[in-house]
Design a protein around this ligand. Structure first.
Ligand SMILES: [Zn+2]
Length: 344
C-alpha cells in the first residue's frame, strides 16, 4: 500500500512467471553518490493493445483497453497510459531479475532451471494490473472489492486460490498520457510486492504468512520507489530520499530508535497497527538502504537470502544477525553510523 499512514492493511502479493534473468543482465556497481547502478542491455519492449468491453451490473458495458507486455497484462482506460505503465513495469521486472540473478545463485542451477520451466509451463499468466480512470473510479471500485484499501493510492492484492492477484492504481490526473513521477513510485512500490511475492511462490498458492521481518517487505518496496531508468542502466537507491532523512531525525533528535532485534521480530499486524507505523516504515527504508550499501555491498547477498526466506514464510526472527554473521548490537551500531552519513 502506498498511503501507509492511513490504512493498516498489507498490500501483499502466484508463481515463477518467467525464467529469471537473461545472461545479459548481470553486473551491478556502486556509484560514489550512493546509488546502485544495474547495467542492462537496451531492448525494445513489445506491447500489444486491444480494445475490450467489461460488463458492469449497472450502467452497461464499459470500454476499456487490454495492454500486454512480455510479463504484464494491464486493464486500463487509456491505452497510451497503459502502454507506458507496462514499459515501466517491465523495467522494474528486469531490474529485480538482475538483482536476483546476482545474489541468489542456486547451489544446483540445473535443478532450479527445471523447476522454473515446470512452473512456467503450468502458469502462463502474466502479472495483472488494473488502472482505474481516476481517483474517484479507484475509490469506488476498491470500496466494493477491498474496502480497507479504498483510500490508498495503490494496492497489491495477493493471489488467492480462486482469485488472481493484481495491482490496482490510477493516474494522478485523468488526462495524463504517461505515468507521472508520483504514480511511478506507486507502480514500483506495488510492483515490487507483486514480483517478490509471486517469484518465490508456487502458482495460485495463498501467500505465506510472514511471522517476522515484515519490515523487509516494505523496506524493499520503498527502496525500489527510487528506481530511475537511464540509457544504459537502472539506478536505484537515493541517499537524498526523504525517508532516510526522516529516519535520521527520528533516531538522533527525537529518540525513536527501534532496536534491530525488536524490529526484525515484528510481523505485519504488529507493524501496521503500531502508532509508530510511519516511523517504522521510514526506518525500514533506511535499514534496507544501509544493508544494500554497507561495507561495499557485503550484506547484499544475506539481504537477498532474507528476501527469499521472508516471502516464502520461512524466516526466523534472528535471521538477519545469523545471515550477516553480526550480533544485533553490532548491527545497531553500524546502522547508526550509516545514518550519520545521510545528507541533510
Ligand atoms: Zn507496501
Amino acid at each position: 500500500m502506498s498511503n501507509h499512514s492511513a490504512i493498516p492493511l498489507f498490500c501483499l502479493f502466484a508463481a515463477y512467471h518467467a525464467t529469471f534473468c537473461p545472461a545479459s543482465y548481470t553486473a551491478a556497481a556502486d556509484t560514489p553518490t550512493g546509488s546502485l547502478e544495474v547495467r542492462r542491455t537496451l531492448r525494445d519492449i513489445p506491447v500489444e493493445t486491444e480494445e475490450i468491453r467489461i460488463d458492469e451490473t449497472t450502467g452497461g458495458p464499459l470500454r476499456r483497453y487490454k495492454v500486454q507486455t512480455e510479463h504484464y497484462e494491464i486493464i486500463c482506460c487509456n491505452a497510451g497510459y497503459g502502454t507506458d505503465a507496462g514499459k515501466q513495469l517491465e523495467h522494474l521486472y528486469s531490474c529485480w531479475q538482475t538483482l536476483f540473478n546476482q545474489y541468489l545463485t542456486e547451489k544446483n542451477p540445473a535443478k532450479h532451471t527445471a523447476e522454473e520451466k515446470e512452473n512456467k509451463k503450468n502458469n502462463d499468466q502474466r502479472f495483472r494490473v488494473v488502472i482505474f480512470c481516476d481517483q474517484q473510479d479507484y475509490r469506488k471500485n476498491m470500496a466494493a472489492r477491498f474496502p480497507a484499501a479504498s483510500r490508498t493510492n495503490g494496492f497489491y492484492a495477493p493471489p488467492q486460490p480462486d482469485k488472481p492477484s493484481a495491482i490496482y492504481c490510477f493516474p494522478q490526473e485523468p488526462s495524463d498520457k504517461n505515468v507521472s513521477p508520483a504514480a511511478r513510485k506507486v507502480l514500483f512500490h506495488e510492483g515490487t510486492h507483486q514480483i517478490l511475492t509471486e517469484c518465490f511462490q508456487k502458482p495460485k498458492q495463498k501467500p505465506a504468512d510472514i511471522p517476522n521481518n515484515f519490515w523487509l517487505v516494505e523496506g524493499a518496496a520503498l527502496f525500489m520507489e527510487t528506481l530511475k531508468i537511464e540509457d544504459k542502466q537502472y539506478r536505484t537507491g537515493d541517499l537524498f530520499d526523504n525517508r532516510l532523512y526522516a529516519a535520521k531525525i527520528y533516531h538522533f533528535e527525537r529518540h525513536f530508535r527501534l532496536p534491530i532485534r525488536q524490529m526484525t521480530a515484528m510481523n505485519r499486524v504488529q507493524i501496521q497497527t503500531s502508532p509508530d507505523i510511519v516511523k517504522i516504515y521510514d526506518q525500514s527504508a533506511a535499514l534496507f538502504y544501509w544493508l544494500m550499501f554497507a561495507e561495499n555491498g557485503r550484506y547484499r547477498k544475506p539481504l537477498f537470502e532474507l528476501i527469499r526466506h521472508v516471502h516464502q514464510g520461512k524466516s526466523k526472527p534472528e535471521a538477519l544477525s545469523t545471515l550477516t554473521e553480526r550480533s544485533f548490537s553490532d548491527l545497531d551500531k553500524q546502522y547508526a553510523e550509516f545514518l550519520k552519513t545521510v545528507p541533510e
